[in-house]
Design a protein around this ligand. Structure first.
Ligand code: FAD
Length: 353
């Protein structure tokens, strides 16, 4: 028996892949409803389609343009060749869980993993024996804690509200320099998800963004949450215990998106459990590590440097790369950018000091 703790995108996708291999899979989820409450914007790159088909039942919107505002108010306007999808996380998570159930996985909702001693785990006070234990239980993973796999884990806060606001339904707006960055992601022409990511003062930065973009907007709901910062030294596998997704800090630090990489890690684990850690560091970890280095460099940019960089990106050759290449693979993306504009290399020194 394989026990997966957590019915988020990573846990559900792994359950689906393992159940398809006729494995005896059980998913234990603390909440009574899969994917609720939502703590996510739900914007996903076209890369998603390489993992699962994009279905109408979870699709909220598709966007094909982005405007990135620099601190001086200038904007870089990018038109993507392939559309990003905006999903409803409750429906998205439930849809993957349905795929897993159809393939034979068993779901136990309202079932909280407490801890484990070796192959005996405690769920809602009951001892259950398992052959393998997978922690897909999000940023504060109890599976990681219970098995000495917490490591040196740090977080940023994502603070988001859904608001009524006039907006272009095909355009995502980003602001650099408000917290780490801020966004407005449209659901349609009158509702959008507005949020920021920051190390500190998430309330203050969200207010700053709302005051700037939509001071009179009616707030419909709030979706804040913690996001782990990728740790390249994170232990992913110990005896018969494995971590995937946010539980394994597998989040891209440039955008703080974790859905695609958590699902990719699930695919690596489902393919070969024995060599998961080694394979995952190679296949998923390299891009996550480069994203982390880029984030560290970006954190050192002054307002003037952001203004200059966004002006540089407005040039056709660089805009072209942004519009056509996948942002999920910085190892390839960065080379394309530097090839198009060698002057970008001067920003490389930010990696050092
Ligand atoms: C404000 C905000 C906006 C974001 N926007 C985006 C975005 O636009 N795109 C993107 O790609 N990523 C985004 N992210 C990150 C994204 O939400 C996560 O990377 C993603 O949800 C990780 O999926 P997961 O399956 O690994 O973990 P989770 O989605 O966190 O799922 C973990 C599951 O485990 C369950 N669980 C936890 N503890 C236990 C326990 N002890 N027992 C049983 N069950 C348990 C939880 O209830 C939960 O259902 C955002 C995050 C935040 C906070």
């Amino acid at each position: 028996m394989i026990s997966i703790i957590g019915a988020g995108p990573s846990g559900n996708y792994l359950a689906y892949l393992l159940a398809k291999q006729n494995k005896n899979v059980h998913v234990y989820e603390d909440h009574k409803v899969i994917g609720a409450p939502i703590q996510c914007t739900g914007i996903i790159t076209p890369e998603l389609e390489t993992l699962i088909p994009i279905k109408k039942k979870f699709l909220t919107n598709k966007i094909n343009q982005a405007k990135i505002y620099s601190p001086n108010g200038n904007a870089l306007h990018v038109r993507f060749q392939k559309e990003d999808v905006i999903v409803n996380r409750t429906k998205f998570d439930s849809c993957i869980a349905d795929m897993a159930k159809k393939a034979g996985a068993k779901y136990h909702l309202g079932s909280r993993f407490e801890d484990n001693v070796g192959k005996k785990m405690k769920i809602n006070g009951k001892i259950i024996k398992t052959d393998a234990l997978i922690g897909a239980d999000g940023p504060f993973s109890r599976v990681a804690k219970s098995n000495g796999m917490w490591c040196d884990r740090q977080f940023v806060t994502g603070n988001q509200v859904t608001v009524e606001v006039d907006c272009d339904p095909k355009l995502v707006e980003f602001w650099v320099g408000i917290g780490l960055f801020g966004w407005l992601v449209p659901e349609n022409e009158s509702i959008a998800r507005v949020g920021i990511v920051s190390y500190v003062h998430p309330e203050l930065y969200l207010k700053k963004l709302i005051d700037k973009r939509c001071p009179k907007a009616k707030v419909l709901s709030k979706e804040p949450g913690a996001i782990p910062i990728y740790n390249p030294k994170q232990i992913l596998q110990k005896d018969s215990v494995y971590l995937i997704g946010d539980a394994a800090t597998q989040v891209k630090a440039t955008s703080y998106g974790g859905i695609v990489h958590g699902m990719k890690a699930a695919a690596v684990l489902a393919r070969d459990m024995k060599h998961y850690q080694k394979n995952c560091r190679k296949e998923v970890g390299r891009d996550l590590y480069l994203s982390l280095l880029l984030r560290k460099a970006m954190d050192r940019f002054s307002e003037q440097e952001w203004n200059n960089l966004i002006a540089l990106f407005s040039k056709e050759k660089l805009r072209n790369v942004l519009e056509t290449k996948s942002r999920d693979y910085p190892t390839k993306f960065i080379l394309d950018l530097i090839f198009a504009e060698p002057r970008l290399l001067k920003y490389g020194r930010k990696l050092l000091f």
